[in-house]
Write a protein that binds this ligand. Structure first.
Ligand code: TYM
Length: 341
């Protein structure tokens, strides 16, 4: 099998400002590997509805996120990028998969537990979220799902759902595997290195680096990053060094150096101030061209919309075939002529 035959599917929610964790855990790897594989990437606006954003915010964030992804280097000639709601097979596929997914599987999801904790009421959508995600992946017979560590459980659930469907109705889906970067799969918050960096907290001062932050904002956030009271700049798994470890990890992914080389870079540093400055510098340089490209793309929103329509067409040509296959297997009769509906 040549690598182009390896189908990749992944997605991101337009639910806040995309941040450095999204970039290092997902987008950067998507772009780096795109020439080797058959790629589908999706701005999952239906997923974003589970946190009831304002309609204006959702529209704006969907376009902005698509532009960020193109700006990170997704190439429409190598990768299909589309908006989830443009391909209605995703919502339909979710319903079909709902009917084979035991509710207990969903109640066990840690992200559901975290997001619903302490809330008086949560939407059915929040519980059902991983089934929609399974549909995203399974409709494309994806081999690989490149995600950050936090999405691993959801991808594993997609495997369970696929296996259950195959058992009930006969071989239908490929069983996808999660692909998680060794470093960068879990970028932690700068204000609290025990909490994952997240779009949802991107507004909290000093928590996240947003991909579109100015160099000044990036530097300020890094200089405020929580570290510890020693001054040892080494990789470490000890909980007290989580902040330093996070900063070194960010530096390591971007510079693509080994741990030894990274530690050597800081052997003569005078303290954490030097470390923070150096990490800020490499992040600023990494994000600078992305922001420039983003601003250029946002000047012509109609071209952006056109690229997304082309992406939706390409995705539809695969997703609807699979959806029909699912329907047939489940005993739904297909209309004789789609033109009549
Ligand atoms: P989302 O929108 O939360 O995040 C998009 C991608 O970024 C990764 N990520 C991180 N990686 C490292 N460190 C972090 N701090 C960090 N924060 C986020 C996520 O792991 C993810 O890869 N449910 C998914 C979207 C989705 C999807 C799919 C993904 C919908 N359908 C199908 C794969 C396949 C989500 O909410 O990602």
């Amino acid at each position: 099998m040549t690598n182009k035959q390896i189908r990749v599917f992944s997605g991101v929610q337009p639910s806040g400002d995309p941040q450095l964790g999204n970039y290092l855990g997902a987008f950067r790897g998507w772009v780096k590997k795109q020439s080797e594989k058959d790629n589908f990437f999706c701005v999952v606006d239906l997923h974003a509805l589970t946190v009831t954003p304002s309609p204006e915010d959702l529209k704006k964030q969907t376009r902005e996120l698509a532009a960020v992804l193109f700006a990170c280097g997704l190439d429409p000639d190598q990768s299909t990028l589309f908006v989830q709601s443009h391909v209605s097979a995703h919502a339909e596929g979710c319903w079909l998969l709902n009917c084979v997914t035991p509710i207990g599987w969903l109640e066990r999801m840690t992200q559901f537990k975290d997001k619903s904790e302490g809330k008086e009421r949560v939407s059915t959508g929040l519980l059902d979220y991983p089934v929609l995600m399974a549909g995203d992946i399974l409709l494309y017979d994806a081999d690989e799902v490149p995600v950050g560590e936090d999405q691993k459980q959801h991808v594993e659930l997609s495997r369970d759902i696929a296996e259950r469907f195959n058992r009930l109705y006969g071989e239908t889906f490929k069983i996808p595997r999660p692909v998680i970067p060794e470093i960068g799969g879990r970028v932690m918050g700068l204000n609290d290195p025990n909490v994952k960096m997240s779009k949802s907290f991107a507004d909290i001062r000093g928590h996240a680096i947003r991909i579109l932050d100015t160099p000044e904002e990036i530097e300020r956030s890094f200089m405020r990053a929580v570290t510890d009271s020693s001054n040892e700049i080494v990789f470490s798994n000890s909980p007290e060094k989580a902040g330093v470890n996070n900063l070194l990890g960010i530096y390591k992914v971007i510079t693509e150096k080994s741990e030894e080389e990274v530690e050597k870079d800081f052997a003569s540093a005078r303290g954490y101030g030097d470390l923070k400055k150096a990490v800020a510098e490499v992040v600023i340089e990494e994000l600078r061209p992305i922001k420039e490209k983003y601003l250029e793309l946002m000047k012509d929103v109609s071209e952006l919309d056109r690229l997304l329509s082309v992406g939706a067409q390409q995705a539809s040509s695969i997703a609807f075939l699979k959806l029909d296959q699912m329907k047939e297997k489940m005993g739904l009769i297909l209309p004789v002529s789609k033109e009549l509906i």
